[in-house]
Every structure is written in C-alpha cells, then in structure tokens.
Ligand binder design. Structure first.
Ligand code: MN
Ligand code: MN
Length: 344
C-alpha cells in the first residue's frame, strides 16, 4: 500500500478533443455561468409576436410592483430574485424527481420579461401589468407572473379572465390573508384588496373562489361576512392542521372545479411559515411547510385546467440566504412540471 502511487484522475471526456472555449453550451454551464437573466435560462420572447412564433405553452412574466403594500416594501425586487434563485440546476435540461419528467422537453417555456412598471404611478403600473399579461395569454401561453405585491393579482387575473372569456375562470388562492378588504386607507388598489376588486368588477364569481391557509388577525368578521355572501369558500391554517393538507387540497380542487372552466392559481408566499419564507412583507407565524405548498401546487396544477398563475409577495430585502426566493422558484417549477405531465 505505502509504495502505491496516488494521483488524481482527470476527466478527458470532453476537453481532449474540444476547444475549451466551446466545451459547454450555455444550457450545460452551471446556473451562475453564462447568465442570461431569464427563468431557468429559457429563451426570451418579450412581445406578443415572439411568444406566438415560439409556440410557447408557458410564459414567465415579471410584475415588479410593490406600491400596494400595507407595511414592509421590497416585493418589486421579487421577479429578479425569483429568476436568479435557481441555484442548484437552473437549466432547461432539468429533470423533475417529483414529476418524473423533463418539463422543458414537453413544454415550450419562454420568459416574456417584465411589465414596464415605473415608480409613483400605481394606476398606470397596474394597467401595464394587465396589458402585459393579456398579451401573453392572447398569444396562447399560460402566463406565470412573478410578483410584486399581491395587488398585481387584480390586473393579472382580470387579464386572464378577459382572454379566456366566454370560458369562466375560478381562483385558487394560497395566502395567510384573504385580501378581500374594501379599501386600504382609502385606496382601492392595495395588496389587501385585489380579490374584492376581481369580484366587484365581475372578472371572477365569488362561488368560484377558494382560499387556503388563512390565519392571523386580518381581515375582520365583516369582511368574512361579505365573503360568505359572495359564495367564497376558504380553508384556514387550523383546518389544514386538523384535517391534513392532502384532504383539504382535494376539497379545494373539487370546489374550484365546481362552476369554473379554468383555474387561475395565486400563491402568496406568506402562506408558508415565516421560518421557511421569511422574505415577505406581512409574515404571519404558524403557516404551511414549504414542502406542503409544493405538493399542493403539483396536485392542483395536475388536476385542473390552468389558465394562469402568480407567485407574489417575495420581498428580497427581508429574505435570508435566498430561502424565500428559492421556494418561489420551486413553486413555479412544480407548476411547470405538473403541467408537463398533464399535457405530455
Ligand atoms: Mn396576499
Ligand atoms: Mn398574505
């Protein structure tokens, strides 16, 4: 043994014959290398014609807007952080262990860039988010919108409902908060009001609205009475604990499909416990586990006809070690993978 030579073997699989500069394509390189800025290095297809030309099944859209927050800001940096958080694989070759597919082989996914939001003009920002999502949906792609605070669900889900018409859209909404407030200090477009606006304007019927994960101390009983009058159905965090996530999610799927043709899925990352999703503006203690949310997203997207989706309220300045941004990235990946299984 002692006179046995030690040497570190060097791989010659690629480098021997190849020019090292061209040894790896952009998709083979690690996620931090050859940074393209898109979600999982999928190609850019920013305008409607490019999305249509690409034949995109899914388009990622950024909605970097956080002027609707009631407390801590920062979600305007969400789209950048979520796109940048695919630290483990981050390539369109990715294989999903959970779903057993290569989602990007089965689906054409593009990144449509961000809605052209500017600071200080909240109404305009919500209008351009609406128009951006509408163009993506009109081009035939399922929009997956990266928030942004939850205000963006109002223009985004309205755009999806508008394009789907005459088919009807229901909403499955994961959140610690119902977001059905009448107004926020007199403003109708805060992140506590988007679901009220969608109902009042008739984009979605209350009976096709299902909420999961509600907890904490807001909204009050008057708001819940209004929700009851509209036909809302909701499942609190306590119910998730008592009945188990699986049983509740199955009920939520059945309720969502009771009346609506297609589903818009809205995921407020604060549905997850702040211990697993600290980077958010209005955290509420005692929430879901990250893996419970990922499993629920797989199950829902695998069971319904998805028309659109958003992942909101990731606030990178409050995040630590990208925990929350990575969870949001995985929520999107679980949805894309489940969609690939369903369509593949
Ligand atoms: Mn919310
Ligand atoms: Mn919330």
């Amino acid at each position: 043994m002692s006179d046995r030579p030690f040497r570190i073997p060097e791989s010659t699989l690629y480098a021997a014959e190849a020019d090292e500069f061209d040894e790896f394509g952009s998709n083979d390189l690690p996620s931090y290398s050859d940074w393209r800025g898109t979600f999982y290095k999928v190609p850019w297809a920013v305008d409607e014609d490019a999305i249509r030309e690409a034949g995109a099944d899914v388009a990622i859209v950024g909605a970097p807007y956080d002027e609707g927050v009631s407390s801590r800001p920062g979600a305007r940096f969400g789209p950048m952080a979520i796109r940048g958080a695919h630290v483990t694989s981050g390539s369109p070759w990715s294989w999903s262990i959970q779903a057993g597919v290569r989602p990007f082989d089965l689906l054409t996914v593009v990144d449509a860039g961000d809605a052209p939001v500017v600071p200080g003009r909240p109404e305009r920002s919500l209008r351009v988010i609406h128009e951006k999502v509408r163009r993506v949906a009109r081009a035939g792609a399922i929009p997956i919108v990266l928030g942004g605070d939850h205000s963006i669900t109002y223009p985004s889900a309205a755009a999806v409902a508008r394009v789907q018409d005459p088919a009807t859209v229901g909403i499955v909404h994961f959140d610690a908060h119902a977001d059905t407030g009448a107004d926020q200090w007199g403003s109708l477009i805060g992140h506590g009001e988007p679901m009220r606006r969608l109902i009042e304007e008739g984009w979605v019927a209350g009976s096709n609205f299902v909420q999961v994960g509600l907890r904490g101390y807001w909204p009050d009983e008057d708001t819940f009475a209004w929700m009851r009058d509209q036909g809302f159905r909701w499942h609190t965090q306590v119910e998730l604990e008592e009945r188990g996530v699986e049983a509740v999610v199955d009920d939520a799927i059945a309720e969502a499909l009771d009346g609506a043709d297609r589903i818009y899925l809205s995921v407020d990352i604060d549905v997850v416990d702040p211990g697993m999703a600290p980077g958010t503006g209005t955290p509420e203690s005692g929430g879901m586990l990250g893996r419970e949310l990922l499993r629920a997203v797989r199950r829902i997207v695998g069971s319904v006809d998805l028309a659109g989706m958003d992942v909101v309220e990731v606030s990178p300045p409050y995040d630590h070690a990208e925990i929350t941004a990575m969870l949001a990235t995985n929520v999107v990946m679980e949805a894309i993978s489940a969609l690939a299984v369903r369509r593949g």
